[in-house]
Design a protein around this ligand. Sequence first.
Ligand code: ZN
Ligand code: ZN
Length: 594
Amino acid sequence: MFQTFESQSSPEQGPPRLSALRAVMATRGFDAFLVPRADAHQGEYVAPRDARLEWLTGFSGSAGFCAVLHDRAGVFIDGRYRLQVRAQIADVYTPVHWPETQLDAWLSDHLTQGAVIAYDPWLHTVDEIAGLRKKLKDYMLVATDNLVDAIWDNQPPPPKAPFTAHALEHAGKSHDEKRAMLAADLEADTAVLTLPDSIAWLLNIRGTDIARNPVPQAFALLHKGGQVDLFAGAGKADDIRDHLGPQVAVHEIDSFVAALKDLEGAALIDPKTCPDLVATTLADANVEIIKGKDPCILPKACKNETEIAGAKAAQARDAVAMVRFLAWLDAQAPKGGLTEIDVVKALEGFRMQTNALRDISFETICGAGPNGAIVHYRVSQQTNRPVVPGELLLVDSGGQYVDGTTDITRTIAIGTPTDLHRTQYTRVLQGMIAVSRIRFPYGVGGQHLDALARAPLWMAGQDYDHGTGHGVGSYLSVHEGPQGISRRSEIALEAGMILSNEPGYYREGAFGIRIENLIVVIKAPALAGGDDRNMLCFETLTHVPFDRRLIDSNLLSFAERDWIDRYHADTLSLLAPRMDRQTLEWLTQACAPL
Ligand code: ZN
Ligand code: ZN
C-alpha cells in the first residue's frame, strides 16, 4: 500500500508536453488554457486518468492549478507546496504563490485585452467560472474540450471496478428511507448530484475509483418523487441492481448530459461543487436552475446510531493496530537504523493485520525531527530521514474500515525528550483536552470553539497555521464537510457530527507536534443541578495513549490531569481484552496514572 509517489511525469517531460499543448492552443486560437487539479467531482483525490495537472507539469500536490499562455505557464500553489513544486516542475513553468496572487490578476498582467481564455467546463465549478467572468470582463472565456486529453497519448482509462452495496448493518438507514426523506424537503423537481460521497451516502454504495476514499465516480439525479437516476461507467453498477431496487435507474455515464437536457421543471444545483457544464447545459435547455446546497451534505454529516457504533468499533480495531505499532516503535527506535519509510511501512503492516483494513484513509504523514514541522509532509525516497534518539516523531495516519474511517496523530519521543519538547507537547495536549471537555449550547459553530484549542499556545505567544478540526465520513472521505473547527467554520455543530480535534505546534527546522483524536457531537448529559439550556458536548472516539514522557504534569490543572488519567484508564479497559500479553504489558505502563 505504501507509495513514494511515483510520478506520471518527470521534469524532462514538462517542456515537450507544454509545447504540444501550446500547438493545440494555437490551432484553436486560444491565448490561454486552464489546467486545474480537480476532476468533474471536485474531490481531494483524482483517478490516474484525471491527473492532468501532474501529467503536464510534474506537480503532484493535492491542490493547485496551471494557467498555460504562449509565453509563460504559471503553476499556482499554496504555502504547503512551495518546496515540493520546485523539485517537481521544469523551469518552463513558473511557480505562482496562491492565494496571494489570484488567477484573474495574473492573467490580466500577462494577456492583452480581448485575449481568449479556454477552460474545460467539466473541471471548473459554476462559482469558479462565474467569479472569473466577473473579474475578467475584458477577456473572452471559452469552454472547450480538454486540450490535455487531446495530447495525452497513453491516458489511462477510467477506473472500471464495480460499485458495491454498503450494507444496512453499517449504514443504519436504507436508501429508500434516505431518498424519501430528502425528496420530501426538496425545493426543486430534481436535485443534480455530482459529488461521489453524496451519491455514496444516498444510495448506500461504495466504490474503489479513487485511492483512499471509497467513493463511486458517478452522477445522479434525485427527483421529487424520491426516484434516482444513477449515471455510471459501463457495467459498474451491474452487481448492485438488486440493492438499488426499482426506484433507482442505472444509466451509462455518457448519457448524463442528455438527461440534463430532458429535465422538466426546476433543477437544484450546488454552485460550489457542480461543474460549469451542468449549469450551461440546463440553461441552454431552458431548465429553471435553483442554486442551493447539495441536499445530502448535512444529513450525511450527522451520523446515525448505527454509524456511530460502527465508528467506535472501527476506532477500537484501529487502536489495537496503533498500540502494537507504538509498542514496536518503543522497542525498535532506540536501537537506531529506522527511517521514516520503515515506520510508515510498519504501521501499515499493523493496520493490515486487523484483517479488516480496506485502505488507508490518506497518505501517512511521518515526520522525524525537522520533517515533523512540515505540516503536510509526505515522505519520499529523497526526504527519507533516520529516526534518531533525542528527536520527536510525528505520525498522522488512518484507516478505512467498512464500519468507519479513522484519523489519528500521535507525537512520540524517541529516546529522552528535551524540556522544550515537553513544554510544547503539554500545551498542545491542553488545547486538545479543552476541546474534548467543552459543553456548549445549540447553535455554536466550530469557529467558536477553535480558540479553546489554541489558548494555551496563545498565552505563550505561539499558534499553529491550520484548522483545529475537520469533519470525517463514515467509511467515506477522511475530510468531509460541512462541519469543522476553525475560524472560518460557521456551521452549527449538531449531534452525530464526527470531527477531528488536532491542535499542533511547529518549530521550523527543529520539530513538529500534533495530537489528534476523533470526537463525535452528542447531547450533553445534564449537570447534577440541571442545565438552563439544552447543551451539546463531545464524546472521544479515539483511544490510544499519549506519550507520558512528553507530558509535564506541573503545567496541568487538576481537571486536565484528571481527564488524562481517565482517558488512559478508559483506553486500557477498552483495549486490554484485545491485546496479546506482551503488548498489554506495554499498554498498561503507557496508561498508568500521571
Ligand atoms: Zn490526521
Ligand atoms: Zn485529521
